[in-house]
Design a protein around this ligand. Structure first.
Ligand code: ADP
Ligand code: MG
Length: 339
């Protein structure tokens, strides 16, 4: 009987791999914004049309790329960010898998313009479904611009699966807010169908929160500060009376990476115990700094889930940090101060 196992053609393997990284326009937004942050940009612009279905463009003033790097950047597992296994356990950058651009280019039409600061001229590349279709020198400002058009043009099933513009835009806003919160020292702007949604100047975290969510947050936030041997916690929480019926702005960042954690959310909710009206949710933006060796961010391709070596200790410290903040700001008469 004939053998039946075959290697997949590269374009098909790429499309399948892309499915893990690029689920929707917001995934592209996340990857491109994080690359701009990693490139040391001080100013980043995001432009979307039709909730990213038609166009997602990110323009930064970061390090830029050489002509060879520009081509290399679209190869799978091509990265400038890690070299060795040891590097994997002390990651300082947002990216490290070298998969995002390869994945995006497999399922969209991408135009890259990039120039390093000390270079005379820049590079323009056009890639469609993983194929370079144009390459030329180009006059372009220092930094990098990625234009991602017609996402999933070659994967109709995926394209049809996209939600309404309102829903997809909500996901884009979530990603934009996460990156903007994690990097208040970087100026960000967002344009949607040619109108300005955000123009955020560089500054402090408190100012970034107010610029993103509204001036009324100014009076309603309490700062969180806790230092222990294993963990440092910084950020802001909302006063209990400021809580909302709908789950609103709740953010955890671990070593400046946004993560989702029902476990840590539980720690925060525990700290608020007895202070919140029933079924209401507090505001929080909390930054945890921890030894990179004691976490694993490699558990999920989008890196929004991580594993802590010592989960229970982290839980206890987060809870006590929030309790302390609620107590310090003198709004928690019922708090147990012996604990
Ligand atoms: P990763 O971020 O995991 O390294 P990506 O596929 O996102 O993988 O990017 C591949 C490489 O392309 C990066 O390692 C970086 O060297 C380069 N790169 C991507 N985006 C930019 C950018 N905006 N500015 C400068 N270099 C970039
Ligand atoms: Mg990346």
């Amino acid at each position: 009987m004939a053998d039946i196992i075959r290697l997949l053609p590269e374009y098909l393997a790429n499309q399948i791999a892309a499915g893990e990284v690029v689920q929707r326009p917001a995934s592209v937004v996340k990857e491109l914004l994080e690359n701009s942050v990693d490139a040391g940009a001080t100013s980043v612009q995001l432009i979307v049309k039709e909730a990213g279905k038609q166009l997602i463009q990110v323009v930064d003033n970061g390090a830029g790329m050489s002509e060879t790097d520009a081509r290399m950047s679209f190869e799978r597992h091509a990265t400038s960010k890690i070299k060795t296994t040891e590097d994997l356990f002390r990651i300082k950058t947002m990216g490290f898998r070298g998969e995002a651009l390869a994945s995006i280019a497999a399922v969209a039409q991408v135009e890259l313009k990039t120039k390093k600061r000390d270079a005379d001229t820049g590079t323009r590349l056009v890639i469609e479904g993983s194929e370079i279709v144009e390459q030329s020198p180009v006059a372009t400002p220092d930094g990098t611009s990625f234009c991602v058009k017609n996402l999933f043009f070659n994967v109709p099933a995926r394209r049809n699966f996209l939600k309404t513009n309102a829903v997809e835009m909500r996901h884009i806003l979530d990603e934009f807010q996460r990156v903007a919160l994690a990097n208040p020292q970087i100026a960000f702007s967002l344009y949607q169908n040619d109108s300005e949604v955000y123009k955020l100047s560089a500054g402090k975290l408190s100012q970034r929160i107010i610029n993103l969510f509204g001036n009324n947050y100014k009076e309603q936030m309490a700062s969180v500060e806790e230092d222990t041997d294993v963990l440092q916690v910084r950020g802001y929480i909302g006063k209990p009376e400021f809580s909302k019926k709908t789950r609103g702005e709740q953010f955890f960042f671990v070593n400046n990476r946004f993560i989702k954690s029902g476990y840590l959310n539980h720690a925060v909710m525990n700290a608020y115990e007895g202070l919140l009206p029933k079924d209401s949710h507090p505001f929080y933006v909390l930054f945890l700094e921890i030894e990179p060796q004691s976490i694993d961010i490699n558990v999920h391709p989008t890196k929004t889930e991580i594993k802590f070596e010592n989960e229970k200790v982290i839980y206890a410290i987060v809870q006590s940090a929030v309790k302390k903040s609620l107590g310090v700001h003198n709004i928690a008469p019922s708090l147990d101060f012996d604990g």
